[in-house]
Ligand binder design. Sequence first.
Ligand code: ATP
Length: 373
Amino acid sequence: MYLEKMSLLDYRNYATCDVEFSKGVNVFLGENAQGKTNLMEAIYVLAMTRSHRTSNDKELIAWHKEFAKISGRVQKKNTQFPLEILLSSKGKKAKLNHLEQRKLSEYVGHLNVILFAPEDLAIVKGSPSVRRRFIDMEIGQISPIYLHHLANYQHVLKQRNHYLKQLMIGKRDDHTFLEVLTEQLSTHGAHLLKERMSFVKQLEKWAAPIHHEITQAKEVLKISYQPSVEATNWEDVDQIFLDLMTQFEKGKKRELDQGNTLYGPHRDDLLFFVNEQNVQTYGSQGQQRTTALSIKLAEIELIHDEVGEYPILLLDDVLSELDDERQTHLLTAIQDKVQTFLTTTSLDGIKKHVLRQPRTFIVTNGCVELEDK
Ligand SMILES: Nc1ncnc2c1ncn2[C@@H]1O[C@H](COP(=O)(O)OP(=O)(O)OP(=O)(O)O)[C@@H](O)[C@H]1O
C-alpha cells in the first residue's frame, strides 16, 4: 500500500499544504523547526487517528485556529480510497471513503504505518508503560476487535479502581458491584492477553532472524511477554478468563488494602534479551539501537504477513543516527517494497546510493516544495 497524496489545513505550522508522494522513498529536507516532523506526524495521525508525540489533539491545530484537517489518498493492490481526519476543540472525526466512521477503531488499520523515531529507543530502554503502549498501538492496527476490548478494559479499569478506593476508605461496603466489574475486566483482559501473547510470538519470529543478520550472527534476540497473571493456556481465551478471575479472588485482600487493581494487562511488561541478557539492563547503546531497529523491521514483515500488503514507513530523524552498516541494512530491507518517508536536516550523512531515486521535498517554515533537479 502507499499514500499517493496528502493535504493539510491549519495543521500545526501548515496553513495549507498539498503534496504528491513517490511510491518509493520520500525525503523531507529542511533546517530545524521548519515542520518536517509535523509532516510525519500528520501522516501518522491520518493512519492512526492520534499523534505519536502528544495525546492532546488541540496541540495539532494551528495556533488561533478552530480546527485542522488532514486528508489523503491511499492506494492498495486492488483498491484506492480517501481518508480524512478533522480535529477540533470538540473532538475528532474520521472519514473513510467520505463516510464518517462511528468508531475510530473501525477507521484505524486502513492505512498501516510503522514509525521509527529516536524516541523509539524508549521501547527498549523506557518504562513498561511505553512498551504496553507500543504493543497496543501495533496490535490495534491489525485487529479492530483488540481496540474495542482495549477501550472497554480501560473504562472498566477506571471504574474498578475508583470502587476499590471507596471500599478501602469505607465509603462503600457492597462487594457485589466489585464482582461485576471484576468479571467485566477479566472478559476484556483475557482477549487482550491472548492477542498480546500471539503478537509477541510473531514479533520474535520475525525480529530474531533480522537481528541475527544485522549483527552478523553475533547476537540472538529473544522477546518475552511478562504477564502479571499466570495462565495455563494462552491460546484459550476462556481459560485465560478463568485464570484472571482466580487471581483476582486470590489477591482480593491485597487489592482492597491498596485500593487499586494489581493484576491484568495494564501491569504487564515486555522484555528483550540479547544473548540471554536483558538488553534494557545490560545492553550497550548500540545493542539497544539494533534491538529497536530489528523490532521495527520485524513489524513491517509482520504487518505484511497479516494484511497481505506492506505498511508505509516513517523514519523521523533516525537515519543519521544509525551507523553505516545499520543504515545500509535498513535501506536495503525496505528498498522497492515499502513506501518510505524520511526527515533529515542534511543528506550528507546518508548513504544516498542506497536510496534509489528518492523524491526530495524542501521544507521551509510550514511550506513544502519539490526540490529542483
Ligand atoms: N499548533 C501549532 N501551530 C503552529 N505552529 C506550531 C504548532 N505546533 C508546533 N508548531 C511549530 O512547528 C515547528 C516545529 O516543527 P517540527 O517539529 O516539524 O520541526 P522539524 O522540522 O522536524 O525540526 P527538527 O529538525 O528540529 O526536528 C516549530 O516552529 C513550532 O513552533
